[in-house]
Design a protein around this ligand. Sequence first.
Ligand SMILES: [Zn+2]
Length: 139
Amino acid sequence: MIDFVCPRCAEPLSVPESQAGEPDTCPDCGHKLTVPLPDSFDSSVEEHAPVVPVTMTRPRAEPGQKKTGAENTLETMASLCVIFAVLSVIGGILFSLDARGPVWIIMGVASAIGLVMTAALLNAAAQALGYLRIIAAKP
Ligand SMILES: [Zn+2]
């Protein structure tokens, strides 16, 4: 069966597929119409269905959420600083165990603190860039 709508009175009509493309008369209002072909009817339905979610999701995803290259670089450098901070503490402990006195562990901890502070700074800079980007994206 072919389901379509009368162009004059919008009455839903159902016609056997053998009548596709043939003239017919609306039983409701008497309008003389042509029964649509099943293929053209299907494609017109499919055209409408996927368009709606695409236009709904696109504007949301575009301006707000994509990080810029600078932000990604800052965040990568921040996590590298944390890794080096851990390494310097481990290095300090290992050197101080090697009978060279506690000076190495102090140096390791001191450089770790410096690296963690650098990491925090880089993260703050990345966040600041993110806020700037959101502000700039607003009309
Ligand atoms: Zn009609």
